[in-house]
Design a protein around this ligand. Structure first.
Ligand code: ADE
Ligand code: ZN
Length: 334
């Protein structure tokens, strides 16, 4: 079987996807019209042309602007539903999706608006084709820790539907230890933890996410390669890295896909996975990320299977369910 077919056919898990980053220009323009929100774009073409980023911040500015069209319950349902349809199309059988409550609560849109919309779509996909989906509630690191603690309180009625907390937004200048208390509180509530670290920020931020926030996995983490002692820790403890190849190119973390370090991390024995991050902004969903790696780095079929197996091993699924998917990948009984 050729790699393209293998990538498409394998059952996969997506572990690093911001649901607000799956807002396609078509839906953005439709909702802007519905709610009479003025955006600096006249057409879908113009939206796409604007998606040229120099760094993380230049992307985040447009990402928060895009999210401003999400207003009522049905908008959040539509956003989630469209992404879950993609999962079915791409054979992403399990997904762990990040959402940014503060992007909405700061605009006066509460948990009672976005959570019912998300949950309605998730339940429908589960009923219709057995989609498996967990939610990760992210704190915006450019805001004070107090705001994260308040978000944790607001989330109380929905904790049964939230698997973990995460940390995203502007990395430089906002080290993980700024959120030590919020993560400790979340852990006490039984939530798991992840954090973006080592995307633009230095390896020190990865150390801090592990040692002070006690995260279960690191989002991005590609800069770990600069620190041999950190590489040893990540390998020995098999702390997963959720790597996002197309994102890294669009945000200039690497100049070109042929320079991406994911295979070096994999060869070093780290538990690395492939993910889409913000597919509508970065030019592709999960399969496109694998295909871009294959095109520019030349993947062996065993490497594809390893990366896909890693996505289940690094997930928050129970061991039995993990094993069912791992067996399917190994035996090829798809
Ligand atoms: N929010 C959405 N995508 C992000 C990324 N790649 N890094 C940090 N924050 C984000
Ligand atoms: Zn991300």
């Amino acid at each position: 079987m050729d790699n393209t077919r293998l990538i498409r056919q394998l059952p996969k898990a997506e572990l690093h996807l911001h649901i607000e980053g799956s807002l396609e220009p078509e839906l953005m323009m439709q909702l802007a019209k519905k709610h009479k929100v003025t955006l600096p774009y006249q057409s879908i073409e113009q939206v796409k042309q604007a998606y040229n980023f120099d760094n993380l911040q230049s992307f985040l500015d447009l990402y928060y602007l895009g999210a401003s069209v999400l207003r009522d319950e049905d908008d959040f349902y539509q956003l989630m539903w469209r992404y879950l349809l993609k999962c079915r199309e791409e054979n992403v059988v399990h997904c762990e999706l990040m959402f940014d409550p503060q992007t909405h609560t700061e605009r006066g849109i509460g948990f009672d608006i976005f959570m019912p919309g998300f949950l309605r779509a998730i339940e429908q996909a589960k009923q219709q084709w057995g989609q498996s989906c967990l939610l990760i509630m992210c704190f915006l690191r450019h805001l004070p820790e107090q705001s994260a603690l308040q978000t944790l309180q607001q989330a109380q009625p929905y904790l049964d539907h939230i698997e973990a907390v995460g940390l995203d937004s502007s990395e430089l200048g906002h080290p993980p230890e700024k959120f030590t208390q919020a993560f400790a509180e979340a852990k006490k509530m039984g939530l798991k933890a992840v954090a973006h670290a080592g995307e633009e920020g230095p390896p020190d931020y990865i150390w801090s996410a592990i040692n002070t926030l006690k995260v279960d996995r690191i989002d991005h983490g590609v800069r770990s390669i600069e620190d041999p002692a950190l590489m040893t820790l990540l390998k020995e403890q098999q702390i997963p890295l959720t790597v996002c190849p197309l994102s890294n190119i669009k945000l200039c973390v690497f100049d070109h896909m042929s320079q991406h370090n994911i295979l070096k991390l994999l060869d070093a024995g780290l538990l690395v996975t492939v993910n889409a991050d913000d597919p509508s902004y970065f030019g592709g969903y999960l399969n496109d990320n694998f295909l871009a790696l294959d095109q520019h780095l030349g993947l062996q079929s065993e490497q594809i299977k390893q990366l896909v197996s890693n996505s289940f091993n690094a997930s928050f699924l129970d061991d039995r369910t993990k094993q069912l998917w791992l067996d399917k990948i190994q035996t090829g009984s798809l």
